[in-house]
Design a protein around this ligand. Structure first.
Ligand SMILES: Cc1cc2nc3c(=O)[nH]c(=O)nc-3n(C[C@H](O)[C@H](O)[C@H](O)COP(=O)(O)OP(=O)(O)OC[C@H]3O[C@@H](n4cnc5c(N)ncnc54)[C@H](O)[C@@H]3O)c2cc1C
Length: 494
């Protein structure tokens, strides 16, 4: 039984290894020139950068994967972050370190939020109850129909239902008084590519996963070690990976999908197909389904697009920690307008990762490699990025003032990726960075299914199908799709 996996994102690679373990013959095709999808790498001018993800939670999903795929060891080494991240405010100049240790965290906020520890404990225990009541019941589950999803929701304890109707921001307002605490702990919505004002309060579970449950981790030697490690395992398992190969068409014969066809006209035959390309985007672009027509796709909620900068500096930045969020002083207005390009990007909000702080090998001696991520509107709302240098300049000026170093004088290498490059590199719809949004009508039974509606031998894995976006979710997604495939075809005995 042969499976063709289209795409080498984390979801695709972990699916390939799980299937191989079950005796399937597996082959992979990938549009980009390197494996990894959004979890990719840029090397330039002596500097090395992770292209997208910089840290992740729920490491135990990787442990589960290693066991399930029968790997002898974890193919890369995690490192737990002690300060999860630091948040900088533009107007007051204040910075807050987000510790996992709740006593240290309480000390950080004692000036702005009296009684912080008690309030935080209450907030986190509510999020914890929701997480543990739904993790196995709702999140890590395949749905055969919308009806079965709705039935499952009925089994979630009723006390959680207000979280469905409140936003992350209103949940913050219920628990905390200070602007600083509200803004900082609602940043989790941005991790989902949305804003706290339009993200349901159920996602405050991310505060629980970051602060209590499993924290945040990165990878020794950089995040791309995950991909390099998995690629070695694919080589060992005899899974061929064909790069620079984009699927653009298909062949349908005798009531089933017989082959995917690439841009050069080559047919890739298999018994079954797992699509790791965006689950909505592929149905739109390749299968040309009515339900995923351009008009319908544009009406869906898509996550914010990334504007990313990869900077090589010929100096060290001693005063700035590893992971940083730089916020302005108009959080609500900025959040409300950023999606629709109704705000000027002259005073942007952005995230900065000083890559060489944790991986000195990523920059030459005495230098620093720095990654900047600024969430921006997707290409529906801002199709023209000819002003990319202006935005990059605004970020550099703002950051220079805030870290006390004139960065423009020290940039010796600069690479920019606007939503256009993100779209073109990985087929991300309208350049949206994290795929389909996580509104209530786009999650669970409402999200594009991981089995195709028309072709029974086509399956999907990754951020825009079940369960959602982020690295641990891609690993869970591979578990769910492999469950589905083995339910249909069984483990193969060779
Ligand atoms: C800037 C940025 C920062 C992020 N930061 C974090 C973070 O810190 N922590 C975290 O957990 N998550 C983060 N994420 C999210 C995370 O990267 C994604 O959720 C995850 O990597 C998605 O994996 P996936 O399996 O869906 O596949 P993808 O990474 O989307 O890979 C799919 C692959 O399919 C290929 N493909 C597409 N179409 C075709 C085709 N027609 N033919 C052949 N190949 C095709 C693409 O080229 C791509 O390689 C970030 C994302 C971005 C963009």
């Amino acid at each position: 039984m042969k499976a063709l996996v289209v795409g080498t994102g984390l979801g695709g690679m972990t699916t390939a290894l799980r299937l191989r373990r079950r005796g399937y013959q597996v082959e992979m095709v990938e549009k980009f020139h390197q494996p990894g999808g959004r979890l990719n790498q840029i090397k330039k001018d002596g500097f090395t950068f992770d292209m997208g993800p910089t840290f992740f939670s729920m490491t135990y999903e990787f442990d589960e994967f290693v066991r399930d795929a029968g790997l002898s060891t974890m193919p890369f080494a995690f490192r737990e972050l002690d300060v999860l991240y630091t948040v900088h405010f533009r107007d007051t100049g204040k910075r807050f370190r987000i510790y996992r240790d709740l006593d240290l965290l309480a000390r950080e906020f004692e000036e702005v939020e009296p009684d912080f520890r008690r309030k935080m404990d209450k907030f986190l225990s509510s999020a914890a109850r929701f997480f543990h009541d739904t993790e196995y019941l709702v999140l890590k589950r395949n749905y055969d129909s919308l009806f079965s999803y709705l039935l499952t929701l009925l089994r979630v304890p009723l006390r959680h239902s207000p979280k469905l109707f409140r936003s992350v921001w209103s949940e913050m307002e219920r628990h905390f008084e200070s602007r600083e605490v509200r803004e900082i702990f609602s940043l989790v919505a941005f991790f989902l590519g949305a804003t706290p004002f339009d993200t349901p309060a159920i996602y405050t579970i991310l505060s629980y996963t970051e602060l209590v449950h499993d924290g945040y981790h990165n990878v020794e030697g950089g995040m791309y070690r995950i991909v390099e490690g998995l690629k070695k395992e694919l080589d060992k398992a005899g899974v061929p990976v064909h790069l620079n190969t984009e699927i653009t068409a298909y062949r349908y014969e005798n009531g089933r999908l017989a082959a995917m066809v690439d841009g050069s006209g080559t047919s890739w035959n298999a018994d079954l197909f797992v699509v790791n390309a965006d689950a909505a985007g592929f149905r739109h672009q390749v299968f040309k389904r009515k339900k995923f027509s351009a008009a319908r796709m544009d009406k869906m909620q898509w996550t914010l697009a990334p504007f990313t900068m990869y900077l090589g500096l010929d100096t060290r930045l001693h005063d700035i920690p590893l992971h940083n969020y730089f916020l302005g002083n108009n959080f609500r207005e900025y959040s409300g307008k950023i999606f629709k390009n109704a705000i000027k990007l002259d005073q942007p909000y952005y995230y900065v990762n000083v890559v060489s702080r944790s991986d000195p090998g990523s920059a030459p001696q005495g230098c620093e490699s720095v990654f900047v991520l600024c969430p921006v509107p997707d290409l529906r709302f801002k199709p023209d990025w000819s002003d990319r240098d202006r935005l990059a300049g605004n970020i550099l000026s703002d950051m220079s003032a805030r870290v006390g170093v004139d960065l423009k004088k020290h940039v010796v290498s600069q690479t920019l990726m606007t939503p256009v490059e993100w779209r073109d590199s990985f087929n991300l719809y309208q350049g949206s960075g994290l795929g389909l949004g996580h509104n209530l009508d786009q999650i669970g039974g409402f999200r594009p299914k991981n089995v195709d509606e028309e072709f029974g031998n086509v399956f999907y894995v990754g951020a825009s199908t079940l369960p959602g976006t982020g690295l641990p979710m891609a690993v869970i997604s591979s578990k769910l799709v492999v469950e589905r495939i083995t339910r249909a075809y069984g483990p193969i005995h060779t």
